[in-house]
Design a protein around this ligand. Structure first.
Ligand SMILES: Nc1ncnc2c1ncn2[C@@H]1O[C@H](COP(=O)(O)OP(=O)(O)OP(=O)(O)O)[C@@H](O)[C@H]1O
Length: 243
């Protein structure tokens, strides 16, 4: 067991992402909510990393900050050794289009597009050459077990199937880093296990890094690193490969 807060974090070591002294406060004065109090985090490149913690501990807030959907009140986030805490809106959008993939439960699919078109559209936005769209989209949808449902629109799919389209949409682009908020929450345990295995395969094949939040002890067993958030701080980190 390694206590992350005792470790000196060097943004130059082979970490794809480093958070240093990250705070995020919502509101002011008496109504202020200190969602992140002092987060120091080191995401090793090419690993599957899980964030766990009770409801309200700050997991989604942290993913939002790491994924540049939100900015820290204080502190810095480095992605591939570049400080991304104070980028312009345009720079943040570009980063999310190409380098950091997000799988968030609230990220709705485009309702009038089929599963296949949703994935192809994301590839177009990411600037991937159009001749590759169909093949990449079909491959990604097959990988998440939706080969037979590619021509269906979101409203014709279950919550878990929609979640898998969102996962396919993200992995098809092969970003360097994927941040996923409870990607297995809508899935039964068998499908959840398959998605984690799929994430591991993507990591093995492409060297990408995946950070997810979870409440599922089975998922925690399968990841390379596990961080625990409590009341806006990382209280524990655990490297499964070593322990
Ligand atoms: N926009 C906001 N304005 C005010 N408070 C917020 C806002 N977003 C989050 N919070 C608060 O910040 C704290 C952390 O919330 P967060 O959603 O990050 O927790 P979580 O660990 O992801 O919880 P869950 O497991 O229930 O999704 C909570 O107390 C929450 O109420």
């Amino acid at each position: 067991m390694i206590l992350e807060q005792q470790r000196k974090i060097d943004p130059k070591q082979d970490s794809i992402m480093v958070a240093q002294g990250v705070k995020r406060t919502f509101g002011k004065g008496h109504n202020a909510v200190h969602a992140l109090k002092n987060v120091n985090l080191n995401i090793p490149r090419g690993c599957l990393v899980a964030l766990k913690g009770r409801s309200g501990s700050g997991k989604t807030t942290l993913l939002n900050v790491l994924g540049t959907l939100d900015q820290p009140t204080e502190g810095n986030v480095f992605f591939q050794n570049n400080n991304i805490s104070n980028l312009s809106d345009k720079e943040r959008t570009n980063l999310r289009r190409k380098d950091i993939g997000l799988i968030f439960q609230s990220f709705a699919l485009t309702p009038y597009m089929t599963a296949l078109e949703n994935v192809e559209f994301a590839l177009r936005i990411a600037g991937i050459p159009s001749k590759e769209h169909l093949k990449l989209a079909e491959e990604a949808l097959s990988l998440v077990g939706l080969k037979k449902r590619m021509k269906h629109r979101p409203y014709e799919l279950s919550g878990g199937e929609q979640q898998r389209v969102a996962i396919a949409r993200c992995i098809a682009q092969q970003p360097a880093l994927i941040l996923a908020d409870e990607p297995t929450a809508e899935l039964d345990s068998k499908m959840g296990f398959q998605i984690i295995q799929l994430f591991k395969k993507c990591i093995q094949d492409t060297g990408m890094t995946i950070v997810l939040t979870t409440h599922d002890p089975d998922v925690m067993e399968l990841v390379d690193y596990l961080y625990e958030l409590e009341d806006g701080e990382i209280v524990q980190s655990n490297q499964n490969a070593i322990d």
